[in-house]
Design a protein around this ligand. Structure first.
Ligand SMILES: Nc1ncnc2c1ncn2[C@@H]1O[C@H](COP(=O)(O)OP(=O)(O)OP(=O)(O)O)[C@@H](O)[C@H]1O
Length: 250
């Protein structure tokens, strides 16, 4: 599969429940440039991931995967284009009725390209990569939160995507769990994968990202490198990075 050199939004607007979440929003994720989207709770960060994946339809504007505009395409067409992207949802979104192995192999089985033996090989390889191969025959209910997240990453990797979206991957984990996820992201990046993360965990964001986007009131308030965001003097960005008493109950 040829790989898109970028995924982007052009002049995108999105409203839901009478509220404008994004307005004239331009955003670009370039291959090889790992990015984190920051912003207060409810700002619309997860919504951006879902719009880029085509899971939500914009009110106006367009989404591109490479040169191809996916907005308005029939599902069968954009599903093919979207194969270069995988997402790890916040809670893992594993199927409770399937074993870990079945969860990881599910998409490959649906595609029908590989034999059962090949799918089993991929499943074991991906579970080993994330360090939970011992959980192959367990059900999600039998796993800790950290193991669930790692299985969700193994599932995302099964189809060999170029871009991996992470929605708050470290939320709810203990420091060792956070370290594991951070380390996994860095290993994926070393293998050439491009990551796009939404998080409130600044330490993980700074450890795994080249560029930062700060979302505020439906617009991009800041875009830049770690050095630039640390030096940024926009009040909302400063307040987010270093909350003060003034932010109490704001
Ligand atoms: N189906 C819906 N109906 C009404 N409002 C919605 C719907 N889906 C999302 N929203 C609202 O859209 C806004 C953006 O949600 P989103 O999950 O993208 O925010 P977020 O920045 O990722 O937040 P958090 O950091 O808390 O995860 C929120 O205010 C949310 O309440």
């Amino acid at each position: 599969m040829s790989c898109a050199d970028s995924i982007r939004m052009e002049k995108l607007c999105y409203s839901v429940g009478g509220r404008t979440i994004l307005e004239d929003f331009d955003f670009r994720l370039e291959r090889g440039v790992n990015r984190t989207i920051l912003g207060i709770s409810g700002a619309g960060k997860t919504t951006i991931l879902k719009l880029l994946l085509g899971l939500l339809k914009p009110t106006a504007g367009r989404v591109f995967i490479g040169d191809q505009c996916i907005t308005g395409l029939p599902e069968s067409s954009y599903m093919e284009l979207r194969k270069c992207i995988a997402i790890v949802f916040q809670g893992g979104a594993l199927f409770d009725s399937m074993t870990v192995g079945e969860n990881v192999g599910y998409r490959l089985l649906e595609e029908g390209r590989l034999s059962m033996a090949e799918i089993e090989r991929v499943v074991v390889e991906k579970l080993s990569f994330v360090g939970v191969e011992q959980a192959l025959n367990l059900y999600p209910a039998e796993l800790s939160g950290g193991m669930k997240k790692r299985v969700a990453i193994a599932r995302a990797l099964a189809a060999d995507p170029e871009y991996i979206f992470f929605d708050e991957p470290t939320t709810g984990l203990d420091p060792i769990g956070v370290y594991n996820i951070r380390n996994l992201m860095q290993r994926l990046q070393a293998e050439g994968k491009t990551t796009l993360m939404v998080t409130h965990d600044l330490a993980t964001a700074f450890a795994t990202s080249d560029r930062f986007t700060f979302l505020h009131q439906a617009r991009m308030l800041f875009e830049g490198s770690e050095a630039e965001i640390r030096a940024c003097d926009i009040a909302e960005v400063r307040e987010f990075l270093e909350p003060t008493e003034q932010s109490l109950f704001a």
